[in-house]
Design a protein around this ligand. Structure first.
Ligand SMILES: Cc1cc2nc3c(=O)[nH]c(=O)nc-3n(C[C@H](O)[C@H](O)[C@H](O)COP(=O)(O)OP(=O)(O)OC[C@H]3O[C@@H](n4cnc5c(N)ncnc54)[C@H](O)[C@@H]3O)c2cc1C
Length: 320
């Protein structure tokens, strides 16, 4: 197998070629799994001032900013605002306070008051989950000292404030976890694909979007696209199809596990729904399964155990 690092910008499904920045590539079969990108829905200032967590580069920038903020020598209260009450925003809100305290301890930074808000436009958190799960998540965040604001629409961001429902809120750290759009490649090559109203690619019963072209994972218009488990399920399906299987694609409903703070998670799979340490254990086991999807069992176990050791004790409250 040859691995090529390049960014593709165009496809010609008739000529069976892909155009990259470095070269053009001809293919017999193409499997496209380009993932999602951040979108700001045109909200002024977010693209300039907010932080994202969708790539290593975005996370590095946020980490640097958090550390600088903690060590600027002032006693000012620091207010962190996370926008988006979906799984990513809820998980981040539950873990950010702990991370900041770890930073303080690690660098010996003197204590300063911090507060964390989670802002969601819908009437409740985790809108794709049940109301019971949503309530559990909100209660857990409250216990961790996170201020949850629902029915709140972000309208604008400047360097020093965020405007929510017409009211300004002073903050220098806004983390945008909302707004996921399909990879722009498909819009740019719209003539070659059929896209749905959200820009996802329609695929047939074998995940083909065009002759000799499969589209999988976040990119495909399937009910559970947007989850890592779905991306793996799709990849396994296409691998089997390429090896001669004639089975049609079946949708696989996925359990939803959202960690909120250390060793705690809400769990939902059909009628089985709960929140607590058992949820945290389920999440931890899911991580092990995820590692084993990519690594031999011994190596997966080692990576999993190391992940457990890195975790620090979660403080009861964020404020010091
Ligand atoms: C912060 C965050 C937390 C998440 N947490 C969870 C979770 O807990 N559980 C869960 O199930 N899912 C989670 N997800 C979603 C999950 O990560 C995705 O559903 C999954 O990664 C999708 O897999 P994929 O293979 O379709 O795309 P990706 O994993 O996004 O991979 C796409 C790859 O294609 C590359 N690419 C893009 N465009 C081009 C181009 N033009 N040319 C070449 N390469 C290109 C990208 O650089 C990327 O490496 C999370 C996502 C985020 C952002």
């Amino acid at each position: 197998m040859q691995v090529v690092i390049d960014s593709i910008s165009a496809i010609d499904t008739a000529a069976k070629t892909l155009t990259g920045q470095a070269a053009a590539y001809s293919y017999h079969t193409a499997v496209l799994a380009l993932g999602s990108v951040t979108t700001y829905f045109g909200i002024e200032g977010l693209d300039t001032y907010s932080f994202g967590i969708k790539s290593q580069e975005e996370i590095r920038k946020l980490q640097e900013h958090l550390w600088k903020e903690m060590s600027d020598g002032s006693d000012d209260e620091k207010h962190y605002v996370i926008i988006g009450g979906g799984p990513t925003g809820v998980e981040l809100a539950g873990g950010l306070g702990e991370y900041i305290l770890r930073l303080r301890e690690h660098f010996g930074i003197k204590k300063k008051k911090i507060s964390i808000s989670l802002v969601e436009a819908a009437p409740r958190l985790l809108p794709r989950n049940t109301e019971a799960t949503s309530k559990r998540a909100r209660q857990r965040l409250k216990e961790l000292g996170v201020h949850v604001q629902v029915n709140c629409k972000v309208e604008k961001q400047t360097a020093t404030e965020l405007v929510i429902n017409g009211k300004p809120l002073a903050t220098q750290t806004v983390i945008w976890t909302s707004g996921v759009a399909n990879a722009p490649f498909y819009k740019a090559n719209e003539a070659q694909f059929t896209l749905n109203e959200r820009g996802k690619v329609n695929v047939d019963k074998h995940m083909k979007a065009a002759p000799h072209v499969y589209v999988i994972g976040d990119n495909a218009n399937t009910p559970f696209a947007g989850l890592a488990q779905t991306a793996l399920h799709d990849a396994v399906f296409v691998a089997k199809h390429l090896n001669g299987s004639t089975k049609r694609y079946t949708v696989k409903s996925q359990p939803s596990v959202v960690p909120i703070g250390e060793k705690w998670a809400v769990f939902e799979y059909g009628k089985i729904q709960f929140g607590g340490r058992l949820g945290g254990m389920m999440r931890s086991l899911a991580d092990l399964v995820g590692y084993h999807d990519m690594l031999p069992i011994g190596w997966a176990m080692k990576t999993w155990r190391m992940q457990g050791k890195k975790q620090l004790k979660l403080p009861e409250k964020l404020e010091s």
